[in-house]
Ligand binder design. Structure first.
Ligand code: ZN
Ligand code: ZN
Length: 252
């Protein structure tokens, strides 16, 4: 089934679902209006979201007090240990009510929340359509994917790809960690994590020479995005930009 057809069918399905279910806010359970709620939140809860500011470090998305910020500016700790990806963008601080939004997607499988998150991110970061050639979601390990039934990163990545008019490529596969992380030094830990991802055979031919937009639901440390980026670069991607819905308020 073509990508556009799938999105159109999903859109129709979501509209039908919105007619059948009352629009209840995922954070405060309030019923509001008759339309499906943007991000699954009522207007009061939506106002409490904390969008990430524009003046952030390109490597860890931490707010910096330099204004205006030179393009690609890195904070002190990112300069000491630069991330493998070119930059990291996040939509909102990962605290309530965004936590409830992500949980609604992840654990209550409210797919329309993922679609809404993806659309909101693509509107805010529309410039990325010029900076990337393909969109790749961070995969779950197959066992977790089976038990959860879907990959939340892909639910967010699909509408981003369609809004930015870029192909969605499931280029990565997640393997179980080969060795426990404890007791390893920084370099071995990075090497160990790098082995956590591999590129799929079909994905490899699509990655080569491409600028990748790597999408995940939340970033709490840079380990996962860094490892996935390493795998993409090893397979011939020319650069990787990361985009996540949430970013933990703590340093990453
Ligand atoms: Zn609410
Ligand atoms: Zn930084």
């Amino acid at each position: 089934m073509s990508h556009t057809w799938r999105s159109e069918l999903e859109e129709a399905g979501l509209r039908l679902l919105a007619l059948l279910l009352p629009p209840v806010c995922v954070a405060c359970d309030r019923i509001e209006g008759t339309e499906a709620l943007e991000l699954g939140l009522c207007s009061d809860c939506r106002r409490q979201l904390q969008p990430t500011p524009w003046s952030v470090c390109a490597g860890c998305s931490r707010q910096l007090e330099v204004d205006p910020l030179p393009d690609g500016y890195l904070c002190g700790s990112c300069r000491q240990a630069p991330p493998p990806f070119e930059r990291l963008y996040s939509g909102w601080s990962y605290e309530p009510p965004l936590v409830e939004v992500v949980h609604a997607l992840k654990f209550r499988r409210l797919a329309f929340v993922g679609a809404s998150l993806g659309r909101a991110l693509s509107h805010r970061f529309r410039c990325l359509s010029e900076e990337a050639d393909i969109v790749v979601p961070v995969p779950l390990h197959w066992r977790r994917h089976m038990s959860r039934g879907f990959n939340q990163a892909e639910e967010i990545a699909r509408p981003i790809a369609s809004e930015l008019e870029l192909p969605l490529v499931r280029a990565l596969r997640r393997k179980a960690a080969t060795r426990p992380q404890t007791g390893l030094d920084r370099a071995s830990r990075a090497a160990n994590l790098r082995r956590a991802f591999t590129t799929t055979r079909s994905g490899r031919s699509r990655i080569e020479g491409c600028r990748v937009l790597l999408v995940d639901d939340v970033v709490t440390t840079r380990n996962t995005l860094g490892a996935a980026t390493g795998s993409l670069l090893d397979s011939g991607a020319t650069s990787v930009i990361c985009l996540t819905g949430g970013r933990t308020p703590e340093p990453i």
